[in-house]
Every structure is written in C-alpha cells, then in structure tokens.
Design a protein around this ligand. Structure first.
Ligand SMILES: NC(=O)c1ccc[n+]([C@@H]2O[C@H](COP(=O)([O-])OP(=O)(O)OC[C@H]3O[C@@H](n4cnc5c(N)ncnc54)[C@H](OP(=O)(O)O)[C@@H]3O)[C@@H](O)[C@H]2O)c1
Length: 332
C-alpha cells in the first residue's frame, strides 16, 4: 500500500488508517471476533495506522486493539503504529463530563493506555478536545515529557483551530491534527488546513463517510439505538437526513458512472485533497474494509472532481456535525 507522511516530523504511515472507534462504541453493537478479524485483515493489506481513544468503550477499544496486535503475525505487529486520544471524562452511563488536560492527568491516562494496549510506547498521543482550563502548552508539554522518556513517539492534536495549532507547534513538534474532513464537512479548508500546511503538520481525517451518512449504505428509514451517536446527531434527523441522503443519491450517479461505490468515491475525494492528508476509515467488518481499501485504486480526474463538486457543493449538508453540547468543545 502507498504511504504518506504524518507531517514533516511524524512517521510514514499507510495512505489509509483504520479508525477502530465503532468496534467498541457509538455506532451500535459490534462483533468482537469480526472486529479483530478486520484489524488483522487491515494489517495484512498493508494498513499500518490504527486509531483509538482511551474513552472508546471505556478502555474496551484499547484492549481490543491490544488483543488484535498480540494475535497478529509478528511482522505485521511490528509495522503497526497506534494513535491514541485521551482526556475525555465520561461517567458510568457513558455521559460526557468534559476534558482533562492537566499534566499529571496526561501522564496517568498514558500509563493506563500503555497497560491496556500491552505496548511499550504509544506512536501518536493526543488530547481528544482541548481542556478549556489548561493552556495547550501545558498539555502538549506533558506529552513532550512522555516523548523524552520514550513512552510516546509523536505528539498529535484533535479538533483544534489554527491559533491553537500555532501555540502547540511553538511548544514541541506536532505530527498531525486529527479532524473531521469530508465532502460534507469542509470547514478546515479556509483557515485550519492552510495553517497546518504552513507548520508542516499533517492531517488524519475522520468522518470521511460522515459516520456512514455518505457511505451509500445508510437507509432512509434506518432505526438507530439510543446509544448510537447518530440517534442524536443533527445530520441524521428528520428533514436533514432526507436532504443529506438526496446528496448521496447525486453522488451515487457519479460513482456508478465510474463503476465504483459511493463510499469509495467519498474516500477517494479526501485522498485527492493532498498527500499530507491520511483518511481514517471506520470499517468494523472485513467487507466494509475491503470496500474502503478499493478507494486507493480510484482516480478522480478534473471532470470527476467538478462533477462531485456540483453534486455536493461546499456547505450543502443540512445540520451541524455534532449535537449542540459537543459543538461547544470544537474550535470552529
Ligand atoms: N478526533 C475525533 O474527534 C474523532 C471523532 C470521531 C472519530 N474519530 C476517529 O476516526 C475514525 C473514523 O471515524 P468514523 O467512524 O466516524 O468514520 P466514517 O468512516 O465516516 O464512518 C464509519 C461508519 O461508516 C459506515 N460505513 C459504510 N460503508 C463503509 C465502508 N466501506 N468503510 C468504512 N465504513 C463504512 C460504517 O457503518 P457500519 O459499520 O454500520 O457498516 C461506520 O458506522 C474513528 O474510528 C475514530 O478512530 C476521531
């Protein structure tokens, strides 16, 4: 598989990363054996970047990845890089309580993650959202301390704006910014992406399929469990959902004309936006993974890109990316 660099100071990783969140949380039930088989299939196909968060299933996702790595062939395990998000505070019922970026908390979160993953270092470590009560310099400085001690290899960021990117980069080398970027979430293009490029910081893009909304597989009448993030996400509600799925129908015409799927078109579009962008794929079955990896063989020429832009113009999506309370933690 082709590789891309995570910024000018980060590692070389596969052009697509595997986001493992949905294997433990937020998108309804997942099958453990199939999840592990999907991680193994991804590693076998040449995926080297696995993304997780310590709060995905309250440690479940890290333990799942730990098991998948332990049971993978040694050669594949050695190539795998694990990116971990920390800092989200959650209650026993899964409620979101805020974020903790205090240096002592950073070190504590890391100690637990290392143990759950069963590794001697974390490849990329980042706070999931900034703690409004702790200057970013302190949080990033604490991760830099872990880098010095060998517990972490690279420092990342997640969902921050251009000003924070600059402050963090002035504190320590930052490999990549993890942030939502897709055909229907193009907010980073004006300010954040240019700032990342200026600073030599790569982008790991999540929500490339807008959490399944623009995958081509999301049915108009799909019923979601109350624990599914999408049951509360504005883009998946009522009229918004119907309008957004109209966009998918327009995208489907272009995909079918090229003999590829809607998901492959959406992933290929993000891949086409720059060599410094690594899409994270939220596949949790081998079938979905195989489809997603097929995007690497899709070439979008100028005419394709123009047609896609007409079908899904910037700002076309109806509804915010997150429910209101969670929008408050985003710096844009
Ligand atoms: N930094 C952050 O704030 C943040 C936030 C969210 C996520 N992330 C990371 O980014 C990763 C990806 O995010 P995401 O899961 O929201 O992304 P996504 O790829 O936009 O959405 C994944 C959803 O798309 C559906 N899907 C349909 N066809 C697919 C295909 N061919 N390949 C993959 N998925 C397909 C899956 O549904 P079914 O499984 O039901 O088929 C899954 O529910 C996460 O796993 C997590 O590691 C980071």
């Amino acid at each position: 598989m082709s590789t891309r660099s995570l910024g000018t100071t980060g590692p070389q990783v596969s052009a697509l990363g595997l986001g493992c969140m949905g294997m433990s949380a937020l998108y309804g039930d997942a099958d453990r054996a199939e999840s592990i088989a999907t991680v193994h299939a991804a590693l076998e196909a040449g995926v080297t970047l696995l993304d997780t968060g310590d709060f995905y299933g309250m440690g479940h996702n890290e333990m799942l990845i730990g098991e998948a790595l332990r049971t993978a062939p040694a050669a594949r395990r050695e190539q795998a890089l694990v990116s971990v998000k920390f800092g989200a505070l959650r209650g026993p019922g899964g409620d979101w309580l805020g974020y903790d970026g205090r240096p002592d908390a950073v070190r504590t979160f890391a100690a637990y993650s290392l143990r759950r993953l069963g590794v001697d270092h974390i490849d990329v470590y980042r706070i999931a959202r900034l703690d409004p009560d702790v200057p970013v310099e302190e949080t990033v400085g604490a991760i830099a301390g872990l880098v010095e001690e060998g517990h972490v290899r690279h420092i990342g960021l997640s969902e921050v704006g251009a000003a924070t990117l600059r402050r963090a980069a002035a504190t320590a080398p930052v490999s990549d910014l993890q942030i939502e970027y897709s055909l229907v979430s193009r907010g980073i293009e004006d300010e954040i992406l240019p700032a990342a490029r200026e600073l030599g910081i790569g982008v790991t893009a999540y929500g490339v399929l807008s959490r399944g909304l623009i995958s081509g597989h999301f049915a108009r009448d799909r019923q979601l469990a109350a624990t599914d993030f999408r049951a509360h996400a504005p883009r998946f509600q009522g009229e918004n959902l119907q309008r957004n799925l109209d966009l998918v129908d327009a995208l489907r015409e272009i995909a079918e004309g090229k003999g590829v799927t809607v998901a492959q078109t959406a992933i290929a579009w993000v891949l086409s936006r720059g060599e410094d962008i690594v899409p994270l794929i939220g596949a949790r079955t081998r079938e979905r993974l195989a489809e997603a990896l097929g995007a690497l063989d899709v070439t979008l020429d100028e005419a394709d890109l123009a047609a896609i832009e007409r079908a899904v113009p910037p700002g076309a999506a109806a509804g915010d990316r997150y429910p209101e309370a969670q929008m408050a933690h985003l710096e844009r």
